[in-house]
Design a protein around this ligand. Structure first.
Ligand SMILES: C[S@@+](CC[C@H](N)C(=O)[O-])C[C@H]1O[C@@H](n2cnc3c(N)ncnc32)[C@H](O)[C@@H]1O
Ligand code: SF4
Length: 459
């Protein structure tokens, strides 16, 4: 499979409209409160009937200080005691959900996200992992994908050694930008030393595929300043890099109002920065996996993509199968059997729901046959940049060209624009279409045109 990516400014300008990131299809916006705990229990039963490995997601929402760009589900507090009742509720939730899932199902994937998971102290982290092990079938052969998001300001080499002992083997470090002026403008002061001490420790402890998060489009960024950040990052040679497009939506994320309008890079400058990022990372030997993600050719993400075995879930790309994902903690989203399910979003109501003896289901969505079919199409495109009609036809008993006749007309326009090739039995995304993969996926999104939704720009 061809791995190249082409930055075509005219195409990008023409296609750069708001769109979803497709970590799920249908997107989280379709989740509704009509979906009840009873619905979730039925889906768990169905999931057990079908069997297969599990993926577990734990949301640790706390952070010590706020980063002004942040769009994550977090709670800012210096009072570490807040974690105590939260964990107590989470332990009960683990026990309750554990009782519903077939205990023989192996946990192939586990992820702690946030917020800042290492806001917890060592004892709390151990207790959380022990509790999980007690109620789910965790692997002890290091063959799973057990990952954690780390803010380097909230961890040291000792934390990493401890996390490795607990069973983690993947780590993602938040960096964003090393420029002092940018760091000040976003209220995230973080030195190169503390960051790379952790990268070194991760390597020493045997963590695989270490990832660094960067963001382009932050206030005061210039091509030159971000290129300097890339110099530092490339020299450190992480196996993976996520370079996120800054989603600036102050009406949705109040903390972003702390960022001065006049400090924001223009749309043109953002694109120049992106172009520089792509050129530099490709020149440094990274492969563009898709949707903000780069990895070294030897990394398992790239190998999985080449073998047609890459998947996309709420945490981004993954090499492990499309297994059912169970979420724990506030705001967490799970994917179980034919449904998506989201937990209550606020701390106190979450604790109260658990206290009452039930689960903490807030919203959900049950996929119908059309949703599942479109999900497979979107996943194929976003993970592999190509789609073989026959595979979809066999799996979903449809005639692709008849079922998607309208969509194929839309894609023909994209073909003329040079985004993709429409072949007799497949769609092949071309290098210039890869950055616009969201736009191609949007053609297959049944819900997008029904209502005007709020998403960030695709680039
Ligand atoms: C939960 S945080 C990572 C862990 C830890 N809290 C930290 O900041 O190091 C997830 C990542 O989301 C990205 N992120 C947060 N807000 C964003 C935004 N508005 N636009 C784009 N990326 C964003 C950042 O790159 C951040 O590292
Ligand atoms: S970027 Fe990370 S540390 Fe900063 S506020 Fe968001 S979740 Fe917390």
């Amino acid at each position: 499979m061809q791995q190249s990516i082409k930055f075509d400014i005219d195409l990008i300008n023409r296609y750069n409209k708001a769109g979803p990131r497709y970590t799920s299809y249908p997107t989280a916006l379709e989740l509704s409160e009509r979906f009840t705990e009873q619905d979730y229990r039925q889906q768990i039963a169905l999931s057990n009937e079908r069997g297969g490995p599990l993926s577990l997601y734990f949301h640790i929402p706390f952070c010590d200080t706020v980063c002004f760009y942040c769009a994550c589900n977090k709670i800012i507090t210096k009072n570490r005691k807040h974690a105590v009742p939260y964990l107590q509720s989470m332990f009960q939730e683990i026990e309750r959900q554990g009782a519903l899932f077939d205990k023989t199902r192996v946990v192939d994937q586990l992820h702690w996200g946030g917020g800042t998971p290492t806001y917890l102290n060592k004892e709390q982290m151990k207790e959380l992992m022990d509790m999980t092990r007690q109620h789910f079938n965790l692997r002890d052969d290091d063959k799973g994908e057990y990952s954690i998001e780390i803010d380097p300001r909230e961890a040291d080499a000792g934390t990493l050694a401890y996390l490795r002992e607990l069973g983690f083997n993947r780590v993602s470090l938040g960096v964003q930008d090393f420029d002092p002026a940018v760091q000040k403008a976003v209220n995230r002061l973080q030195s190169e030393e503390e960051t790379f001490a952790l990268l070194d420790a991760a390597r020493k402890e045997g963590f695989r595929s270490t990832n660094l998060d960067l963001i382009y489009g932050l206030p005061l960024q210039t091509v030159k300043s971000f290129s300097k950040t890339l110099d530092i990052v490339i020299a450190a040679s992480p196996e993976r890099l996520s370079v996120f497009n800054y989603a600036h939506m102050p009406s949705l994320f109040k903390v972003q109002r702390q960022i001065k309008d006049e400090d924001m890079p223009s749309a043109e400058l953002k694109l120049e920065i992106l172009q520089m990022v792509i050129q530099r990372l490709i020149a440094a030997g990274y492969v563009y996996v898709g949707m903000d993600h780069f990895a070294k050719p030897s990394d398992e993400l790239v190998i999985a993509q080449q073998n047609g075995q890459l998947y996309r879930n709420f945490q981004g790309y993954s090499t492990h199968s499309d297994c059912d994902m169970v979420g724990f903690g506030i705001t967490s989203i799970g994917r179980v059997a034919d449904s998506y399910v989201q937990n209550i979003k606020e701390l106190a109501p979450y604790g109260e729901a658990i206290e009452k003896g039930g689960l903490a289901v807030f919203k959900g969505f049950t996929l119908d046959d059309d949703d599942k079919l479109r999900r497979a199409v979107i996943n194929g495109l976003i993970c592999h940049f190509e789609l073989n009609f026959k595979v979809i036809e066999e799996q979903y008993s449809i005639n692709f060209k008849e079922y998607f006749a309208e969509q194929l007309i839309e894609l023909a326009v994209m073909q003329e624009d040079g985004l993709l090739d429409l072949l007799e039995g497949s769609i092949n995304v071309k290098p210039a279409g890869r950055l616009l993969i969201r736009n191609i996926c949007m053609v297959f999104d049944r819900y997008l045109n029904e209502k005007k939704k709020q998403f960030s720009k695709v680039i």
